[in-house]
Write a new protein. Sequence first.
Length: 197
Amino acid sequence: MDRKTPHSAILRGAPGSSAFQGGRRRFLCATGAALVTLLPLGAAWARPGRERRFLSFVHTHTGESLSVDYFREGAYDPSALERVNHLLRDFRTEQVHPIDPTLLDILFDLQTLAEHERPFEVISGYRSPQTNTALRRRSHGVAEHSLHLQGRAIDVRLPGFATRRLRELALGLQRGGVGFYARSDFVHLDNGPARFW
């Protein structure tokens, strides 16, 4: 090759040539579009700027209610989490167990996406081993190693908001398990591996 001959004259589409720039532009646009479609809804906004996370609950079995700022000024509030733990206790045995705060974050993000301010109706939060065993005897839909046993699952609905739509929003978050129980009108949410039923 002659040292005076520019590479662009020899290599079609070399950097700096219009053929390369057009191909590169198309590639970057296509890659960007693909990444946006793969981005879960839960990552669509930046969490660090959200200084306050607030949730309201009404427990369908006990009638108890709670409205709480569980996250403030960049940290989870321990006293607020204790109140959440109490409300979401196994009401059959009165056992209280810590609820994983990332499960609360899923609820907060769902309520934000739904643009719905009414309290979540709680069907089931934490379940003791005794309660889980008893429920398994009555229903084949109760998992032996349910994440309810670890405080990592909750069954809820939002009054005035279609449960099927709540399920769709939860699936879009791609942040755990999502179960839809149309006959009982609730959605199971957990912070385990992303899956659905």
